[in-house]
Design a protein around this ligand. Sequence first.
Ligand code: ADP
Length: 547
Amino acid sequence: SDSTPLTRGLPIPQGISKNAFLTAISELQSALGSENVVLNDKELKNGWYMEHPNTHDMMPLHSYEEFVASAVAYPGSVEEVQTAVRWANKHLVPLFPISMGRNLGYGGAAPRVRGSVTLDLGRRMNKILDINAEDYTCLVEPGVTFYALYEEIVKRGLQDKMWIDTPDLGGGSVLGNTLDRGVGYTPYGDHWATHSGLEVVLPGPEAQLLRTGMGALEGANTWQCFPYGFGPYSDGIFSQSNYGIVTKMGMTLMPNPGGYESFMYTFPNDSDLASLIDIIRPLRISNILENVAQLRHGLQTLSVKGFPRTRYYTGSGPMPEPVYREHLKSTATGDCAWVYYGMSYGPAHIRKYKLDVIDAEFHKIPGCKKIDPKTLPADEYFWSRDKVASGTPDLEELKWVNWMPNGSHIAFSPIAPIQGEDARKLYGLAKKRHTEAGIDLMPAFCVGLREMHLIVEIVFDAEDEGMRRKAEKCLRDMIDDAAKLGYGEYRTHLALMDQVAGTYNWNEGSLMKFNNQLKDTLDPNGILAPGRCGIWPARYRGRGWEL
Ligand code: ADP
C-alpha cells in the first residue's frame, strides 16, 4: 500500500535518549543545512521503484518498522560526508550510506540497524566528473544512475563509440551497484571487475579520506586505467562491507563492438537443464557465448508479462506445471520449460561464426527451438533483454512483481560451477523448499564466465504476514540446504546477511574473525552500517543483534 504509520514512533537509535538524539540532529542540521537533515517522524511512504522511499525497505521480510531510519541526511560534498562521520563518532549514532537506495530485493534503502541515520549520497552528489573518450573510462559520484551515465554519453554524441553496462533495472547507482557486486549483461557485466579506483571516507573519528590504486599517487593520470596501483589491493574491502563511504568511483566503458544481435532459444523439458548447462559451459568459457547470459524458467517468462498470478491460476500452492504451460502456448515463446537469452557482438561476419556454433550445440537438445526475433512484437520481453545486453538501461524487468499484490521480491542467489549436476542439485533443492512453502518457483541461471549465479526470486505480498513468514522460511531453508552441498550466496537481503555470512565459516570462522579485526580497527566506535554483510562492530557483536 502507499503508506504505513509509524506505530512505534520516531525510530531513535539504541543507546541514546530522545533528547540527546534530537540535540545531535540539530547539530547536524546546523552543519549541513536544516533542509538536508530530515527526521523520519511521519508515516512511511512506499512509492515504487522510481519513486522509492529512502527511509525503509518497501519490500520488507519483517515489519516495515524493523529496518528503518531515524533520519535521512543529504551531504553535498566530500567534506560534508566527513562532517557526518565525525558527528556520528561524537554521538555514537549509526550511519547507513546509500547511493540511490534502489537496491530492492536486498533491503532497498533500509539500514540494518533500526534508527540509523541514512546518509543519502545520491541526492546531492550526483555528478559525472569525467568521461574520457580516449581511454574509455569515467569517474562518477554516488548519485549517477545507469540512466544518467547512458544519457550523458548520448548527449555528448559518444554512443557510436562507447557503451555502458547496465543491470536489469537501470535506475540504480553505478557506484552503489558496483559496491554491492551487481552484474549487467554486456561483456563488461562484472561491474566490480571493470571498475578502477575508489575515493573513500573512513569511518573512524578523523573521517580520513583516501584514494585507492593509482589515485594514491599525486598527479597520476592512470587512476581509471590501472586498478591496482602499488601494495595491497584495498578496493576489495570496500565492497559488500561497512568499512568506508565511497565518494567517487572510476569505471571502464566498453567500445561499441560494431554490431550486435540478440538470440533466444527454448527447450521443452525441465529435465533438459543439466545437459543444457553442460553445453553452455565450454561455449561460455571460450567466449563464444559472450555475455552474462540468462537461462530462465518458463514460469518467469509468463510472469514477466506483468499480469497478476490470479489471471492464470487461483488455486493455492505453486502453480501446477500443466497450468502455466497451457498459458505459455499462447505466448510468442510457446510452450517450453526453459528460455535462453543471449547476444552476439561484432560485425555480421564475426557474429555468424559464433551464432552457427551456438546453434549447432543448442540443437543437441531434442525439441530445442530458435525463436526468430522478427516474429516478436515490439512489447515482447525479448526486446528488453536486447536493450540491456547492448548497454541501454530499461525497466521492463519490474513487471514480474505484479505477480502478487503489494509485489515484493527477495532472491536466493547461490554460486555454482557451470555444471549440469550442480544446476540439477540446486534446482532440486529450490523446488523442494518452494513446494513445501507453497510458493511459485521462478529460477534463472545467469552464466558468468566460470560460474553461474542461480537467481531464484521469491515474489510475495508484503502486506501478507503469513506469506512473508513462508517466504522467509523458504529462503532460510534454501540457504542452509545449499551450504550443506557447498554452495554459497553471492549477495543477500539485509535480513539474511548473518545467516549467509555464517555459511562462510571455514576454519572456525577465520574469515569473519579477520573481517571483525578490520571493522574494529577502521571503525572503533562502530558507527558505519553495523551488521551489513554480517559484520558487527565490537559495540554490537554478540549482543543479540544477529538474526
Ligand atoms: P542502487 O544502486 O541499487 O540504488 P544502493 O545505492 O542502495 O543501490 O547501494 C547498494 C548498497 O551498497 C547500499 O545498501 C549500501 O549498503 C552500499 N552503498 C551504496 N553506496 C555506498 C557508498 N557510497 N559507500 C558505501 N556503501 C555504499
